[in-house]
Design a protein around this ligand. Structure first.
Ligand SMILES: Nc1ncnc2c1ncn2[C@@H]1O[C@H](COP(=O)(O)OP(=O)(O)OP(=O)(O)O)[C@@H](O)[C@H]1O
Ligand SMILES: [Mg+2]
Length: 1042
């Protein structure tokens, strides 16, 4: 957020909202993490993220609490410094959840043997235990922490969490005896009532919750989404893991139940004295707490007091009135509960304590700043502690920032911000003027015996001490403190009742001074660590996801000082980075810095800054870091970097895609050859032809696409000849998709407005399931019969091999059967039944004849096809064999086919040395492209994919694989240069099937469809041709003779 171009509260709130609505709950202000409570489980807390954030730099991944945690962990290990994270935010903002994510992350990323595992387990189990006893449903949060905790996870030098320590503060004891409407007591009570076994119920006198005065005042017993019974099992399990023995566990539950029963003891007024209303009710709590019922009664209705009479001090028992008795009962309940809580914390500490501390990460999760209708002493304290935390946040963020500028020798002007030290002083100052706590102490010490008069005295004294303070106001029954987060009215009556009844001989430490000490100890502890901050924001009071209450968020943004935070962060410079890091990040921008800069780092950084023409006033060079002033300037760098990456990425991507496509086609071609291998003779030019798939260009043919579904993929499309019952041929567009085969024809429209126009019609659609087989001849012709359930189709296509290969693949995918392909020179096909005389079968017979083109002779029900010999049945794609050798063989066999008419291609072992010489003296001056070809046996491993990424050669969709041929051909196979070109009479001519680019001065070049003179055919495959007056060599299989 430091990079926001405008820093107003509006802009901050807007930014947070946008992110929140897009499910990004985390945002950074520099190193500070802002976390907005999503009120739903986010998907980015899995092991995947734990992996992602481990060891990654902050800017590499989206903001995350894992990033902050990882950063702490690494700082600790690398710098050998203790770390702490202060999690702040109001009640229900997500502090406790955040703390748990931190613990979870640490326990996942750190290693350790069984002892460490045990410590980890206890650390994790401490959460359900302390939450059961220390959390409660409030109006603001169903699982509100009613105590503060600072959890130090201690590590060995190797970074294993092998110990820990919890400090707890400010348990909200008043909750034990009374709760506001819609709130509950601590969870443990309801857990026990719901989850106890029958035996436990009996032993502990468990009734329904409404039976107990300490639970029934608010009338709220259930919490949405909470299963108290299940949680009870978890709590007990946690006690087990922590190592609390079984009998102690029982005692813990006895105290919990004992407090409930204690609460049911009520008093009546009898002659100005309080008396237990029903002595029957004394028995159960006395039993559970292990005390004598009479003694319990005495203690509840009387108290021991010290008094001084004429220099003599005496201890006397004073009988209490009804109100005082009620108060004493509650005080006992609260004290019992607080000690129980302390005991649990202690037990955890004992289980994980280490003899000596090494490193630690502290997590501070206290209960947030809060304002109630009536704010008592506990709110006063908690708000004070929050005030103190805000203070360290302000001090440390500012200080750290300032120190950095000083260290780096950067000029900067301090920025205005609200320093809440003034509020802290108002509360905790000792003297000049004394703060509220001092006044409170003073009044307690001198007034406690007087009771009633204390209120007025306190107010007077406060007025005298801090009456003119701008953050203080008083009224007749209380005073207002203007905290950083809002104004809080504190009621005198509920402010410090406990203090007025302190029962100690010596002057007591007041609760006020205790909390002051605790707060300051905490601050000192925190100050010794490297601090990190998480500022939690609560977006609504409905606890619903995606519910954004603007004014609430704005308020928090204001009092958390986010604007100031950003300001301070940007006061001088929005961005700073170590020279080395900067160089690394932007190295790609210039040739001089890529892959690494040679020379002083600082010079390299300057070089980069200048390469993007950054204004001089936009940056400063510190001693080790470069500081960039405005986010826009940083964006400039980032954008250039992105662009560079983008360009390079595109180049790589393009090359990769071509490579992949090429590989795929090569594979397809191989598979296709496999289908026909040993079964059918091949056409000369088909073996090494690249596959295109869609020869009709369906993308631009809506009239054809109309028959397909919207995004139906086209595997193959070509115009084919279809033969009818009388063997008359007609053009059809054949389309193969994952759904089946389409045959599209054209017909004249007979009726309607389009009458007379020629329109595309779907003539036939065959699903894979209904296709039974395909049959072909063994000769080099292009016929094939698609056998289908109803009737068969006799088709002819130049690209039958490609089609068949794609068809058999799809067929197998869909039907889970292999497509039957049969070969024979007498093919039978069933024709469609149409009216009278329809149906029946037709025969196609294939015979040897002259030429490479099929001659058709229909005769009744038989069609005879004659055609010359093609390449041997055993011809296969070049890619089946090691390139260097096979080209020659192909050429050889080509010539042998032509010369001998059907000579079989040798497939036996072959001695490569026998007929290859890689250089001839005359040719030595000419370097072979790509180095000498590899030697290999004929059936050797498949050659690697061609790697010549000459753009021109990459037009693999319509050119054959030149690269291979050009590179691997054997030079000695060439015939000697032709004698001087002579003008020739019109002789044989040929048409180029593919483009060829001559690679040497004695070669010619041509484009597809160029027609030129064929001067000489040669057995080596290197023919001589004449084009544009130039005579030269070219590969014979690039052309067809005409
Ligand atoms: N990151 C989160 N993902 C999902 N839900 C969350 C997250 N953070 C908080 N919540 C929801 O909000 C509730 C309140 O959060 P949490 O108890 O952490 O608040 P808190 O800040 O600790 O409040 P308090 O000061 O009252 O203890 C949680 O019980 C949970 O339902
Ligand atoms: Mg909490």
């Amino acid at each position: 957020m430091v990079l926001l171009s405008k820093i107003t509260e509006d802009a901050i709130v807007d930014n947070l909202k946008k992110r929140y609505m897009d499910d990004y709950i985390f945002t950074y202000i520099g190193p500070v993490l802002i976390s907005v409570n999503p009120f739903k489980q986010m998907p980015y807390f899995t092991d995947r993220e734990i992996e992602l954030y481990q060891g990654a730099a902050q800017y590499e991944n989206p903001p995350h609490i894992y990033a902050l945690t990882d950063n702490m962990y690494r700082n600790m290990m690398i710098d050998g410094e203790n770390q702490c994270v202060i999690i702040s935010g109001e009640s229900g903002a997500g502090k406790t959840v955040a703390a748990k994510y931190i613990m979870g992350y640490i326990s996942k990323v750190s290693g350790g043997g069984s002892k460490v595992q045990h410590v980890k387990e206890i650390i994790l189990q401490s959460n359900p235990l302390l939450e059961a006893f220390g959390n409660a449903k409030t109006v603001r949060n169903n699982n509100s922490s009613r105590f503060g905790k600072y959890f130090e996870i201690q590590f060995s030098r190797g970074g294993e969490p092998d110990g820990g320590k919890i400090s707890n503060f400010l348990l909200e004891k008043s909750r034990v005896v009374s709760q506001n409407e819609n709130e509950r007591n601590f969870h443990i009570y309801y857990q026990l009532i719901e989850g106890a076994s029958a035996q436990q119920r009996e032993a502990l006198g468990i009734m329904t919750p409404d039976y107990y005065y300490y639970l029934n005042q608010s009338g709220t017993y259930k919490v949405d989404g909470t299963n108290d019974s299940k949680d009870f099992q978890e709590t007990m399990e946690a006690m087990q893991v922590i190592g609390i023995p079984g009998d102690i566990q029982t005692q813990v539950l006895q105290i919990v139940a004992g407090i409930l029963h204690l609460g049911n003891i009520s008093f009546i007024e009898a002659g100005n004295y309080g008396q237990v209303e029903s002595t029957d009710l004394l028995a159960f709590p006395a039993y559970l707490l292990g005390i004598d019922p009479n003694r319990l009664q005495d203690k509840l209705t009387s108290r021991k007091m010290d008094s001084k009479w004429g220099g003599k001090s005496e201890s006397i028992n004073v009988t209490l009135n009804q109100e005082q008795a009620n108060y004493t009962r509650d005080a006992l309940a609260k004290a019992l509960y607080a000690r129980l809580f302390d005991y649990l914390v202690e037990s955890i500490n004992k289980a994980i304590q280490k003899p000596h501390e090494e490193f630690s990460i502290g997590v501070l999760d206290i209960y947030g700043f809060e304002i109630f209708q009536r704010n008592g002493f506990e709110q006063f304290c908690i708000n004070f502690v929050n005030e103190k935390l805000q203070q360290i946040f302000i001090e440390l963020t500012l200080k750290a920032e300032q120190e950095e500028y000083v260290q780096e020798g950067i000029k900067w002007t301090p920025i205005e911000y609200f320093n809440n030290k003034i509020v802290c002083d108002l509360i905790e100052n000792k003297l000049n003027p004394p703060g509220i706590m001092s006044v409170l102490d003073d009044v307690c010490a001198t007034m406690h015996a007087k009771g009633e008069g204390a209120d007025g005295t306190l107010l007077q004294k406060l007025q005298a001490a801090v009456g003119t303070h701008e953050h203080f106001n008083s009224w007749n029954s209380g005073f207002v403190i203007h905290h950083y987060a809002g104004k809080v009215s504190n009621f005198i009556r509920s402010l410090f009742p406990e203090n007025l009844n302190t029962d100690k001989k010596a002057r007591p430490t007041t609760a006020g001074s205790k909390i002051k000490k605790q707060a300051n100890d905490l601050v000192n502890t925190l100050m010794k660590c490297t601090p990190h901050y998480i500022r939690c924001i609560k977006p609504n009071e409905t606890k619903r996801p995606k519910d954004w209450e603007e004014s609430r968020v704005r308020h928090q943004v204001e009092y958390l000082g986010l604007r100031e935070n950003i300001r301070v962060r940007r006061a001088g410079f929005a961005y700073r980075r170590l020279f080395s890091k900067f160089l690394m990040r932007y190295a790609i921008l210039t040739a001089e810095t890529w892959p690494c800069w040679r020379g002083p780092e600082q010079q390299g950084v300057l070089h980069l800054l200048r390469s993007v023409n950054m204004d001089n006033d936009q940056y400063q060079m510190g001693r080790t870091k470069v500081f960039v002033k405005n986010p826009e300037s940083l964006f400039l760098l980032e954008e250039m970097r992105e662009r560079k990456f983008d360009t390079f990425a595109r180049i790589i991507q393009k090359a990769w895609r071509k490579f992949i496509a090429r590989k795929k086609y090569e594979q397809m071609r191989e598979e296709a050859s496999d289908i026909l291998y040993n079964s059918k003779e091949r056409r000369k030019n088909s073996i090494n032809r690249n596959f295109v798939g869609d020869y009709l260009g369906l993308e631009q043919r809506p009239e054809l696409r109309q028959f397909l579904a919207k995004r139906e993929r086209v595997d193959f499309a070509d115009s084919v000849n279809k033969f009818d019952r009388r063997f008359k041929s007609i053009k059809r567009d054949l389309i193969l998709t994952p759904k089946g085969i389409y045959l599209i024809g054209r017909e004249k429209v007979k009726k309607g407005p389009e009458k007379g126009q020629i329109k595309e019609v779907l003539k036939r659609k065959m699903e894979f399931g209904s296709i039974s087989s395909v049959s072909l001849s063994t000769r080099q012709d292009d016929f094939f019969v698609l056998h289908e359930a109803q009737y068969d189709s006799l088709l002819e296509s130049n690209f039958k091999t490609e089609f068949l290969s794609l068809l058999s693949k799809r067929y197998e995918e869909v039907t889970k059967r292999k497509l039957t392909i049969s070969f024979g020179d007498r093919l039978e096909f069933r024709v469609k039944k149409e009216g009278w005389g329809g149906g029946g079968t037709r025969i196609v017979v294939f015979q040897k004849g002259p030429g490479d083109l099929a001659q058709l002779k229909p005769g009744g029900k038989t069609l005879s096809v004659t055609i010359g010999d093609g390449l041997p049945k055993s011809s296969s794609s070049l890619y089946h064999r090691t390139a260097g050798l096979l080209l020659k063989h192909t050429f050889r066999s080509l010539s042998s086919v032509h010369q001998n008419g059907g000579a079989k291609f040798p497939r036996g072992p072959h001695n490569p040395q026998a007929d290859i010489t890689y250089s001839s003296p005359q040719k030595q001056g000419r370097p072979l492209q790509g180095g000498p070809p590899k030697l290999g046996s004929q059936r050797g491993p498949r050659p690697p994919a061609p790697n010549q990424y000459n753009q021109r050669n990459l037009d693999f969709l319509n050119v054959p694989d030149q690269g291979m041929k050009q590179r691997k051909r054997s030079i000695t196979q060439r015939p000697p240069p032709a004698p001087k070109p002579q003008p020739r009479p019109q002789g044989p001519r040929c048409r180029a099937l593919y483009q060829y680019v001559g690679q040497d001065t004695d070669e010619i070049s041509f484009e597809v469809n160029d027609v030129f003179d064929l001067v000489k055919e040669d057995a080596s495959g290197w023919w001589t041709g004449r084009i544009g007056g130039k005579e030269g060599l070219f590969p014979g299989n690039y052309v067809e003779k005409i």
